[in-house]
Design a protein around this ligand. Structure first.
Ligand code: GLN
Ligand code: ZN
Length: 759
C-alpha cells in the first residue's frame, strides 16, 4: 500500500486567527493562556483536516507562533547571547523579543527562506553557541498530536540546513565546527521522540538542493552517520530544486527520502537508480508552491510506474510544505466561478494527495469522480477564453531587443536629465510611500463597503497627496513623491487594475510572524485596459514646481509576489507584465512626469538555488526591467528601488538594468553594501539608504552626515543621492517629519563641506 502525507500545513489559520491572536497578545489585550489556546485549536483543526482527508499520518511540529526556524533555535537552546536570556526558562514574551527586538537589542536578522517570500529568523551562531536544550514547547505540540492516536510524524529543520542558513558575527568562525555538538542535540531530541513511540521523523534539508561543496557534502555524511540508530526512522526531505549528488545522498543512513518532483522532475531517474532496496521514496507531486489544481492523470501515470517498483515504499506528498499556499478555497465565496475549479489551496491539496494514493492502492475506479473533475478542470482551463488575449499575444510577439535599450548611454542621459531637472548635488528624495494613517485605511474600507462613494474616496486621496506634497516642500526635499496613499499594497494595487489577474478574499500566506500577504493569482494573459497611475501622478505634479517621481511596481516584483499561471513558462508571463509597465511608463512620460521609479524589491527573490541556473534568471529579470524602462526619452529619469536582500553578489545584473538612479537598502548593515558598490564601481547614480525606516527611532542629522561622508569616499558625490532605505508607509507622521528634516540637514551640511573642499 502506497502511503500519503504532507510536509507541513499553513499555521496562520483560514481566517488569519493566529495573526489576530498574536497581535492582541502583543498589544496586551489578551493573556498568554488565550494565545496558547488559539495555538492549540489551530493545531487540532489542522490535524483533523489531515485525518479526515484520509492521510496515512499527520504531520506535527510544523506549528509555531512566529517562525519555525526560530522555534528550532529555541528547542536547541541556541539563543543569541546578546539578549542575555536563559534558554531553559525562556518565556513566551522573551521568544517574541528575539523575533521583534526590545529596548536593548535589535531583533534577530530576518531573511527569505530560499526562493520564497517567507522570512525566517537567522540563527546567530558563534564559538560560544551551545545546543544543550531550550524550552519544550515543541515537544508539547508533539504530545498533543500523539494524544489522538494514529500515526504522528514530527518535523524539524535538518542539521545541515540549520547550519547552512545560520550566520556568525565572529570573523573567521566556521559554522561547521558546531556540527558535532549539534548532532548530539539532534540525537537527544530523536531519543525523546523514540521514547514516545514515534516511528518516523521528517528532517527538512532544502539546503541539499543548493550548490554544496565537498566540505558541506562531507558534513552531511558525518551528520547523518551520527544520527543513525537513534531509534526512529528518518525521512530526509529535500525540496525547491533537485538534489545533485543523488548517488551520495541516497547512501545516507536514513530510511526515506522526499524529493520535489514539481520543481525538479528530472531527478526522478537518478533517484530510482540510486534508492536503496529498503528505503522509502516520498514523491512530491502536488505543487506546494502554487495554487493550481493538479492535473491528476499524468501524475498518476508517473506514480503508477513508481508504485510497481516500490510498492509500499512509495509515499505520495505535496512537493514541499503547504506553508506557501492559502489555507482553503472554502473561504472564497466571490471568486469567479469559472476560475475556482482550476484552483487547489492547502486543504484541497490534501484531497489530491489522498486521491492519488487511493488510485494506486484501490485502482482508478475508486476515484473515478475525482479524476473526472480533474480532467474537466484541465479542459476548461485550456479552452477558456479568459486565458488568452490575442492583443497581448500579438504585441509580445512583436517585441524587439532594441525596445529594451535606452536611446543613449547613461553619461549622455544624465546630462539631459540634469538640464531638465536642475537638482542640486546630493539630491534628496524618498522611496515613495508616506505614512498610511488609520484615516486613510478607514476611508478605503468605507469605500469598499460602499459607504463612501468612489468620487469622495478619490477626493480624500487627493487631499492626502496634497498634504504629502506640502510636507515635502516644507522639508526642502528635492525630488518629491505623491505618497501612495491610494495603494493598499504595491502589487495588489496594480493587479486589481489588470485583466488576467484574480483576487481572493482570504488567500493569505504567511510572510513573517503575524504578517501575511494575499498574492494575486495571474491566470491569463495580462492586459492593461487603461492607465493606472497617470491621474494621481499628474495631480501631484500639478501641485508643485519640483519634480514628482511617478511610482510603479516592476515586472519582476509583480511576478514574484503573485501566484503565476503554470500553463506557460514564467518568462512569458514576465514579458507580458513588462509590457504593461512599459505602457504605463510611456503614459506617465507623455503626461509630463519627468522621473519614474520602477520598484523591484523582489528582484533577487526568484534567484534559483543553483548557480548554474542563475544567469538565465538574471538575464530574464534584467531584460524585463529594461523592456519596462527602455522606451523613454533621454531626459526622463528612470529610478529603481531594492531592499530586503543581499545584493552584493548580483551587482553586475543590477548595473545591467541600467536605471539612471537606484535607491537601495544599506543602513541596517552599516552600509556594508556600499563598499561592494564602491569596489564594483557601479556606473550610474545611487542613493544608499541613510536611515532604517523599519525602526521608529529618529536618526540624528549627524549620524546621517557621517554615513554620507563615508558614501562620498566610495562613490563620486556627483553620483550620490540622499534618501531613507525604504518607503515610509509603516511609520507615523511625527517621526517621519523629524527624520526627513534631519536627513535634509545632513545633505546640506555635506554639500557645504564638499563646496568648501572644492574652493
Ligand atoms: N515605493 C514603495 C514604497 O515606498 C516601495 C516599497 C518597497 O520597497 N517594498 O512603499
Ligand atoms: Zn524598499
Amino acid at each position: 500500500m502506497a502511503r500519503s502525507h504532507i510536509l507541513g500545513f499553513p499555521r496562520i489559520g483560514a481566517q488569519r486567527e493566529l495573526k489576530s491572536a498574536l497581535e492582541a497578545f502583543w498589544r496586551g489585550d489578551t493573556s498568554e493562556a488565550e494565545l496558547q489556546a488559539t495555538g492549540a485549536q489551530l493545531r487540532e483543526r489542522h490535524w483533523a483536516l489531515q485525518r479526515e482527508a484520509g492521510l496515512s499520518q499527520v504531520t506535527a511540529g510544523d506549528f509555531c507562533f512566529y517562525d519555525h526556524v526560530l522555534a528550532h533555535t529555541l528547542l536547541l537552546g541556541a539563543l543569541p547571547a546578546r539578549f542575555g536570556f536563559d534558554a531553559r526558562h525562556l518565556t513566551l514574551a522573551q521568544g517574541f523579543e528575539l523575533a521583534r527586538g526590545n529596548a536593548a537589542q535589535p531583533a534577530m536578522e530576518m531573511t527569505k527562506w530560499f526562493d520564497t517570500n517567507y522570512h525566517y529568523l537567522v540563527p546567530e551562531l558563534g564559538p560560544q553557541t551551545r545546543f544543550d536544550g531550550g524550552h519544550d514547547a515543541w515537544f508539547e505540540h508533539i504530545d498533543q498530536a500523539l494524544q489522538h492516536g494514529g500515526e504522528v510524524k514530527p518535523v524539524l529543520p535538518g542539521p545541515i540546513t540549520y547550519l547552512r542558513i545560520a550566520k556568525s558575527h565572529t570573523a573567521g568562525f566556521d559554522r561547521l565546527s558546531l556540527l558535532p555538538a549539534l548532532c548530539d542535540a539532534y540525537r537527544r531530541i530523536l531519543a525523546r521522540l523514540a521514547a514516545r513511540g514515534v516511528q518516523w521523523v521528517q528532517l527538512d534539508e532544502p539546503a541539499l538542493c543548493t550548490d554544496l561543496d565537498e566540505r558541506w557534502l562531507a558534513a552531511t555524511d558525518t551528520a547523518y552517520a551520527a544520527l543513525a540508530g537513534s531509534g526512529v526512522r528518518l525521512l530526509l526531505a529535500t525540496y525547491f530544486d533537485a538534489v545533485d549528488a543523488v548517488q551520495r545522498v541516497a547512501r545516507l543512513p536514513v530510511q526515506g527520502f522526499h524529493v520535489d518532483l514539481v520543481r525538479a522532475p528530472q531527478q526522478l531517474g537518478a533517484w530510482r537508480a540510486a534508492l536503496p532496496g529498503d528505503a522509502v521514496l516520498s514523491a512530491g507531486v502536488v505543487d506546494g508552491r502554487n495554487v493550481w489544481r493538479t492535473d491528476l492523470r499524468p501524475v498518476l501515470g508517473t506514480l503508477q510506474l513508481l508504485h510497481e517498483a516500490l510498492g509500499d515504499r512509495l509515499w505520495v506528498a505535496p512537493s514541499c510544505s503547504l506553508l506557501h499556499v492559502p489555507v482553503s478555497l472554502a473561504g472564497e465565496a466571490h471568486l469567479d466561478p469559472a476560475l475556482k475549479p482550476w484552483l487547489a489551496f492547502a486543504t484541497e491539496k490534501l484531497q489530491e494527495v489522498v486521491v492519488l494514493t487511493r488510485a494506486l492502492n484501490e485502482g482508478e475506479a475508486a476515484v473515478a469522480q475525482a479524476l473526472q473533475a480533474s480532467d474537466s478542470a484541465r479542459a476548461s482551463r485550456t479552452q477558456s477564453r479568459r486565458v488568452t488575449n490575442e492583443l497581448v499575444r500579438k504585441r509580445v510577439a512583436a517585441l524587439t531587443p532594441a525596445m529594451a535599450e535606452r536611446r543613449s548611454a547613461f553619461t549622455a542621459r544624465i546630462q539631459a536629465q540634469q538640464a531638465a531637472l536642475k537638482l542640486p548635488l546630493l539630491p534628496t528624495t524618498t522611496i515613495g510611500s508616506f505614512p498610511q494613517t488609520s484615516d486613510i485605511r478607514r476611508a478605503r474600507a468605507a469605500c469598499k463597503r460602499g459607504e463612501l462613494s468612489a468620487l469622495d474616496y478619490l477626493q480624500r486621496m487627493r487631499e492626502e497627496i496634497r498634504i504629502a506634497i506640502r510636507q515635502q516642500e516644507a522639508l526642502g526635499l528635492d525630488m518629491l513623491v505623491h505618497g501612495e496613499a491610494e495603494r493598499n499594497d504595491m502589487v495588489e494595487y496594480f493587479g486589481e487594475q489588470l485583466w488576467g489577474v484574480a483576487f481572493t478574499e482570504n488567500g493569505w500566506v504567511q510572510s513573517y510572524g503575524s504578517r501575511c500577504v494575499k498574492p494575486p493569482i495571474i491566470f491569463g494573459d495580462v492586459y492593461r485596459p487603461e492607465p493606472m497611475t497617470v491621474e494621481t501622478a499628474t495631480y501631484a505634479q500639478s501641485l508643485t514646481e519640483r519634480p514628482v517621481k511617478g511610482m510603479l511596481t516592476g515586472p519582476v516584483t509583480l511576478l514574484q509576489w503573485s501566484f503565476v499561471r503554470d500553463d506557460q513558462p514564467r518568462e512569458a508571463t514576465l514579458r507580458q507584465l513588462a509590457l504593461v509597465i512599459r505602457d504605463e511608463v510611456l503614459d506617465l512620460e507623455k503626461a509630463g512626469i519627468r522621473a519614474i521609479q520602477i520598484d523591484e524589491p523582489a528582484f533577487r527573490e526568484g534567484l534559483p538555488l543553483k548557480a548554474r541556473d542563475q544567469p538565465r534568471y538574471l538575464e530574464q529579470a534584467v531584460g524585463a526591467f529594461k523592456l519596462a524602462a527602455g522606451g523613454v526619452r533621454d531626459d526622463t529619469q528612470i529610478h529603481t528601488h531594492m531592499c530586503y536582500s543581499e545584493f552584493s553578489d548580483i551587482l553586475p545584473a543590477i548595473a545591467a538594468m541600467d536605471a539612471d538612479v537606484i535607491t537601495i537598502e544599506t543602513s541596517r548593515s552599516n552600509m556594508e553594501l556600499l563598499d561592494a558598490f564602491g569596489s564594483f564601481r557601479y556606473p550610474n547614480d545611487i542613493g544608499p539608504g541613510v536611515y532604517d525606516i523599519h525602526s521608529p527611532r529618529v536618526p540624528s542629522a549627524q549620524a546621517m552626515q557621517s554615513l554620507l561622508q563615508r558614501a562620498c569616499k566610495v562613490i563620486a558625490p556627483e553620483r550620490l543621492w540622499v534618501n531613507p532605505d525604504c518607503g515610509l508607509k509603516t511609520r507615523g507622521w511625527p517621526e517621519t517629519e523629524a527624520a526627513l528634516k534631519n536627513m535634509v540637514e545632513a545633505a546640506r551640511e555635506v554639500r557645504a563641506a564638499l563646496a568648501a573642499q572644492a574652493a
